[in-house]
Design a protein. Structure first.
Length: 279
């Protein structure tokens, strides 16, 4: 009421200009508010995601975020670097609201998240040095071998636990932060330090593509440690939900761009790539 009374006392031209100014201001405000800024948690999980020496995201996630950023003018992505061990604590602290390519059973059960349908699949395999006389029976009692694995990753043989102290009590296990280092330990043939590395099949394939001479050096388990489906996890009541993320991805599913990104990284689509959730 006060605004209306004040306008009645102004010159008609001034009133018109004031109203026009308010309209333009509101228009700008609406445009800005329509821009959704999404904080994305990222940690090293090659070839799905990795962080290079310039702190830029690479792998499938890098391809996907760049494509989404270039094709959606109402959404921007801000990267928040975390680690496999720290990612749940950082999420709980509110440092990011979305994380791509996670399995709901990897420590997310009691956190306030909603998940997309699966958009990727992979599996972990056991890798040993290929020696004369060794065959698949070498992996029959794999938990009795000297193992090397990534700190903070969830493994089937460990019941998905990431508690290093607990796992070191239960198994003969060495932790690192690099698949590459773990494969190098296997090639070094030091059984007291590393007999079996647990590696994602996609990373192993990528390694063999780059190092074909290693194909005959490794013995790879025919039975995986685990097979997993990967989703996008979004914070409940956050800036964007899982259904909206699926809507953003839908054009990439339909025109085959996402398939190209996945094939480029020797990854696999889950059965029946998802269509967007109903609005």
């Amino acid at each position: 009421m006060k605004l209306q009374l004040g306008l009645k006392r102004r010159h008609p031209l001034k009133v018109t200009l004031l109203i026009l100014g308010l309209t333009l201001t509101l228009g700008v405000t609406t445009t800005v508010s329509a821009q959704t800024n999404i904080a994305v948690g990222v940690y090293n999980f090659p070839p799905v995601a990795s962080v290079n020496s310039e702190n830029k995201v690479e792998g499938l996630l890098g391809d996907l975020l760049r494509e989404l950023d270039s094709t959606n003018d109402k959404v921007t992505f801000r990267i928040v670097y975390t680690s496999p061990k720290r990612r749940h604590l950082d999420f709980h602290a509110g440092l990011y609201d979305v994380i791509f390519f996670e399995n709901p059973s990897w420590g997310w059960e009691n956190l306030p998240v909603n998940a997309t349908r699966p958009i990727l699949m992979d599996e972990d395999v056991y890798v040993a040095l290929n020696k004369p006389g060794r065959d698949q029976s070498f992996f029959d009692n794999v938990t009795e071998r000297q193992l090397v694995a990534i700190s903070g990753y969830h493994y089937g043989f460990a019941g998905l636990s990431t508690d290093n102290a607990e796992l070191e009590k239960r198994f003969n296990i060495e932790f690192s932060h690099s698949h590459s280092r773990n494969l190098d330990l296997i090639k070094a043939d030091r059984p007291s330090l590393a007999e079996v590395a647990v590696v994602s099949r996609s990373y192993l394939q990528s390694h063999l593509n780059d190092n074909p001479e290693d194909s005959d050096r490794f013995l790879v388990s025919g039975t995986p440690d685990q097979t997993y489906l990967l989703h996008i996890m979004a914070r409940d009541n956050g800036p964007i939900d899982a259904a909206t993320l699926e809507q953003l991805l839908s054009p990439l599913f339909k025109d085959g761009r996402y398939q190209q990104f996945v094939d480029k990284r020797d990854l696999q689509l889950p059965p029946g790539i998802p269509e967007p959730a109903a609005p």
